[in-house]
Design a protein around this ligand. Structure first.
Ligand SMILES: Nc1ncnc2c1ncn2[C@@H]1O[C@H](COP(=O)(O)OP(=O)(O)OP(=O)(O)O)[C@@H](O)[C@H]1O
Ligand code: SF4
Ligand SMILES: [Mg+2]
Length: 356
């Protein structure tokens, strides 16, 4: 972590994004509050469809129709609320203030131009005066990521492997020297060894330049490796957030526990690893009321069907769950096993809700 003053803070408040569908406008991201602390790397993790990329796009006010930001704000130090920005202000902000690799970066290179030509286009569109300096910087970043930088700059997209294109995307996000960097699945196409190298370089560049960085991934291992802080998303919500080590060492949301238990290399024993049952919801099946995770939650209670989970702040941790303030056993054991009085079908449980 660094205390460099250039690293901007970001405050995402009550952010909601909807997509228009035949069934009407449905929320992909709902009521998200998240702060990116200056100089830190925040990891956002969650299964496919949980809204991670939609959140990343919102940071640049880049959600495209049929989507739109329907509520909330994204305050970036030095820029203001990007949700209210438009036109040239927004164009200048992207690249210069906010460097980004979108998830589709691998296919977003222009097939007709070399990487070097596209780099010069990027420089010109941001009024970079020292273009030779920009090329030198690009070459050095590519070299650091284990490639022959000069050769990559002379190459067209089809001459590069998926993993090489992914590294070109990371270079383009870093080369303009923005101090807020958003990386959406930066290492998905890479083998384990290259992934480890790239994560190390992301961390090094982050520290050298004094950045605020957001890394989005479905891979908890990536987050464990690189992030200072962690936000766990499910069904368009952030269900748990806090310092990475604390969240991974002592998960307090049943979903975070489930994610961790599914990973043999984090659990430490392949026999102990247990896949989370069921599937994540899609836009059409995210419940409108109650807890979005309840269909797969082993410890759900009646209140979870209709009651919005309370957002509880516990020191540096934030957890959105009805069971989170009932002690550690409440998020590991089903309510009925915690009850001293056996409740019949349809009876009101005797613990949990009374305390909620
Ligand atoms: N252009 C679109 N039109 C309609 N629905 C969309 C669109 N883009 C995303 N969605 C829906 O919004 C939800 C969130 O999608 P998003 O891409 O943000 O998830 P994600 O967490 O990044 O998933 P992945 O891990 O697969 O990249 C999903 O249900 C997805 O189907
Ligand atoms: S206990 Fe209830 S609120 Fe908490 S994750 Fe399970 S279903 Fe959701
Ligand atoms: Mg995504």
């Amino acid at each position: 972590m660094t205390s460099d003053k250039r690293a901007p803070g970001v405050r995402i408040s009550d952010l909601s994004v909807v997509y228009r569908t035949p069934a009407g406008e449905l929320p992909a991201v709902r009521g998200i509050d998240l702060e990116l602390v200056p100089g830190t790397i925040t990891g956002v993790v969650g299964e496919s469809g949980s809204g991670k990329s939609t959140l990343a796009l919102s940071l640049l006010n880049a959600v495209q129709p049929p989507g739109r930001i329907s509520a909330g704000s994204v305050e970036i130090d030095g820029l203001g609320d990007v949700v209210a920005l438009g036109g040239d202000d927004l164009r200048r902000a992207r690249g210069r203030h906010v460097g980004y690799v979108f998830q589709a970066a691998q296919s977003s290179l222009n097939p007709l131009k070399t990487v070097g030509k596209q780099l010069l286009d990027l420089g010109r569109s941001h009024d970079v005066e020292d273009l030779p300096g920009l090329v030198k910087e690009a070459r050095s970043l590519l070299d650091r990521m284990g490639m022959d930088g000069a050769r990559v700059l002379d190459s067209h997209q089809h001459e590069l492997s998926g993993g090489m294109r992914q590294r070109v995307g990371i270079m383009l996000a870093l080369v303009l020297n923005a101090h807020l960097v958003v990386l959406d699945e930066p290492t998905t196409a890479l083998d384990m060894i290259t992934q480890a190298t790239i994560l190390r370089i992301i961390r090094e560049v982050h520290e050298e330049r004094g950045l605020t960085t957001l890394v989005i991934t479905h891979d908890l291992g990536v987050v464990a490796e690189v992030a200072d802080r962690l936000a766990v998303m499910y069904g368009g919500r952030v269900v748990e957030q806090g310092p990475t080590r604390e969240v991974l060492g002592d998960p307090r949301h049943p979903y975070t526990r489930g994610l961790l238990q599914a990973i043999p290399r984090l659990v430490g024993d392949i026999d102990e690893a247990r896949a989370l049952p069921g599937r994540p919801p899609t836009l059409g099946t995210i419940p409108a009321d109650g807890c979005v995770f309840r269909e797969r939650c082993a410890v759900r209670m009646d209140v979870c069907e209709t009651g919005e989970p309370p957002v509880l702040t516990q020191g540096p941790r934030i957890v959105a769950c009805h069971a989170a303030d009932m002690g550690p056993e409440a998020v590991t054991e089903p309510a009925k096993e915690r009850q001293t009085v056996t409740a019949g079908v349809g009876d009101t449980p005797t613990t949990g809700e009374e305390q909620a």
